[in-house]
Design a protein around this ligand. Structure first.
Ligand SMILES: [Zn+2]
Length: 137
């Protein structure tokens, strides 16, 4: 039994349930955070309605844009951001090689430098999660 294995004998079902629930909470809580950021900033500027929100999310965040959009429409329905268009840009994973400074795209979790083949690298893009900007009136 691995560390994530369920505690009961009807395990596999509960395990799946746990993962599904975790996934929903993940995007639901991100949607709620986005809403909080945008509505507080919009009311500070006396905006009446938020029409468009641009979000940048690193690929490693594992966000499915359609899911995030779905949850955002749900949490925002009684707010000034109701019906706002959510424009989600997924940023691909990039790493920088420490020995030779090469910045390269990481594909299929291959963190080896294509230039010098070293594996002493740092992720420089792919973990972001931010509201780039938004439009309101
Ligand atoms: Zn290198």
């Amino acid at each position: 039994m691995g560390p994530l294995a369920p505690q009961s004998d009807n395990g596999p079902i509960r395990y799946t349930h746990y993962l599904t629930k975790g996934l929903i909470m993940h995007e639901m809580s991100i949607a709620q955070s986005l809403l909080d950021i945008v509505t507080s900033e919009a009311s500070r500027h006396n905006a009446k309605k938020v029409v468009r929100i641009r979000v940048r999310a690193g690929e490693l965040r594992g966000i499915v844009p359609a899911h995030l959009n779905h949850f955002f429409q749900f949490v925002s329905k009684d707010s000034i951001a109701a019906g706002a268009e959510l424009d989600i840009e997924i940023l691909p994973v990039k790493a920088r090689c420490n020995p030779c400074d090469t910045i390269f795209d990481v594909e299929d979790f291959n963190y080896q430098c294509p230039q010098c083949k070293d594996k002493d690298v740092e992720t420089v893009q792919g973990l972001e999660l931010m509201v780039q900007d938004f439009e309101a009136c």
